[in-house]
Each structure stands twice: as C-alpha cells, then as structure tokens.
Design a protein around this ligand. Structure first.
Ligand code: NAD
Length: 274
C-alpha cells in the first residue's frame, strides 16, 4: 500500500498516515507497532509521557526494516521545557527507543504559564543541528504560541500536532499553521472513536462501501493533513490504512466540514500546564 508523503518546510518527507500509541502500555505498544509495521505503516508517533518508547523501539528493531524507511516521532514532556531540559529529554527517549536519532521531535505542550517553550525552542534547534532529530516541531500550539516562536527569528517548526477531528476542527490554528508553512498533524483524528458513530459519517461510509474510520481519515487526508490514528486491534490497524484509497466527493467533504462542534477530547492548550 502506497502511503502519500508530506514535504515539511525543512524538505524532509513525512508519511501522511502514521500510527499512534497514546494510552497503550509498553507491551501492548510492542505488539501493536509490530502489527502496524507488518501491515505497511512506516510512521510511528509516541511520546516520553506515554511510557511506551521501549516497546516501540523493540518492535522497530525486530521489524528488520531499514532505519531510513521509518519515520519515528517522539515528544518532550513539559518537565523538560527549559534551555537545559531538551537534550537530556531527547537522549532519554533515544535510549528507550534504541535509536540514534528521531525523525521528528515535538514540544508536547506549550504549558504557557511560563515562557519556557520559547527557551526550549532554542535548544530544539541545537538538537537538530547535532543530528539527534531530523525535524523539529511543536504540539498543541495555538496561533499566539506559534507567532512567538516565529518571532524568535530562527527555525520555524516543521509540524504542529493538534487535536483535530470532525467535532473539533481547530480552523484558526490550521490557518496559522498554513500562514507560517507549518504542516498540520491531527491527533485523535477519529475523535477517540466518537466520530465514527455520527450518523452523517456512517451514511457516507455506507454509500462508498467503506468504514466510518476510513471516511474520517480520508477527509483529513484530502485536506493535506498528517494523521496518526490509534488502534490495538489488528483488523482496525489494517482498515485505517485503507483510507488512502478512499476518494470522497466534495459534497461529502462539505458534510464532514459541517460537523464542527468545538468539542475537545483532551485538555485546552490555553490553560494546560502539565
Ligand atoms: P484516535 O482518534 O486515533 O482514536 C483511537 C480510538 O478509536 C481507538 O482506541 C479505538 O477505540 C477507535 N478506533 C480506531 N480505529 C478504529 C476503527 N477502524 N474502527 C473502529 N474504531 C476504531 O485517538 P487517539 O489515540 O487519542 O489519537 C491518535 C494518536 O494521536 C495517539 O495515539 C497519539 O499518538 C496522538 N496523540 C497526541 C496527543 C498530543 O497531545 N500531542 C494527544 C492525544 C493523542
């Protein structure tokens, strides 16, 4: 199965559809990532706070796949948000993953009560220059946080990974990402499963003879977003990959666009400080 790639602003290519392992314990992540790599995924999204980088690393090592064919993302937790916290945070993640570098390192949350994300960004640039991360980016950054990073005058984040699904379409943040040339990556792209029961989604799925998850993922993909759906069920892991073959018509994309309810599944980046 051919997974399309997105060209990031640093010219690195990132698979548009990857595999997420939030809330999967270490052993489960080992099993699920092995299934995902076997099914054809090449991009894996983990984070220090998920506690499963070692499991991800074992599955990667056992896959026999070439490192160059994989795209591994992990994230710096808020306790590492400082000038001196970034490199040790990444080194601890690399040790668990069993890798010499990641393809994408993200600041997990801006945690805006302090301005620490600004200080940490300068260290993010250094770890990229040191070759420990091929691309650097952010997660859960609102337009104002992005503006302050861009105003530093250094590297513009390659990616902003944000909560994004039919019930929370985050349009202002996507517009800011687009303005700055930052790729939008959708976390909880299925609304943690809630989007799949929406009658508007199930009706479209029936009309195309595909599944609700494939409809929602195809809607994201058509808009150029990166998606990282999670499942620990082998059949669903494979099913979600099938979204790349679904070509939705404009009127169906419009129906999904109309489902925005401003409903978060996770914390609000404005006030979440870890
Ligand atoms: P998701 O939207 O991917 O939904 C996952 C849930 O949807 C599964 O647990 C399962 O119940 C259901 N599901 C998945 N495929 C299905 C299918 N084909 N049919 C029926 N049900 C299906 O939610 P998520 O796990 O929260 O988000 C995906 C990834 O995003 C995470 O694993 C993680 O890597 C990342 N994430 C990042 C942040 C962040 O702050 N940066 C926060 C949350 C998640």
């Amino acid at each position: 199965m051919l997974i399309p790639t997105v060209a990031l602003n640093d010219d690195n290519l990132m698979p548009q559809l990857g595999f997420g392992v939030f809330q999967v314990p270490d052993d489960g992540a080992h099993r699920a990532v092995a299934v995902a790599l076997e099914a054809g995924y090449r991009s894996i999204d983990t984070a220090a706070i998920y506690g499963n980088e070692a499991g991800v690393g074992r599955a990667v090592a056992e896959s026999g796949l070439r490192r160059d064919d994989l795209f591994i993302t992990t994230k710096l937790w808020v306790d590492g948000l400082s000038r001196d916290g970034v490199r040790p945070g990444l080194e601890a993640s690399l040790e668990k993953l069993g890798l010499e570098s990641v393809d994408l390192y993200l600041i997990h949350w801006p945690a805006p009560a302090s301005d620490n994300y600004l200080r940490a960004w300068e260290s993010m640039e250094e770890i990229r220059e040191a070759g420990l991360a091929r691309s650097i980016g952010v997660s859960n950054f609102l337009p104002d946080h992005l503006r302050r990073i861009v105003d530093l005058g250094g590297t513009v984040p390659a990616v902003n990974q944000v909560e994004l699904h039919p019930a929370l379409q985050n349009r202002e943040t996507i517009a800011a990402n687009d303005d700055y040339g930052i790729a939008t990556e959708a976390w909880s792209p299925l609304g943690q499963g809630a989007a799949l029961a929406d009658p508007a989604v199930t009706e479209i799925a029936e009309a195309y003879g595909v599944t609700p998850a494939q409809v929602v993922l195809a809607w994201h993909l058509r808009q150029g977003r990166i998606v990282i759906p999670k499942s620990v069920t082998p059949a669903r892991i494979a099913e979600n990959l099938g979204a790349t073959a679904v070509d939705l018509q404009d009127r169906d994309l419009d129906v999904l666009d109309g489902l925005d309810r401003g409903m978060r599944t996770g914390p609000d980046p404005k006030s979440f400080n870890g």
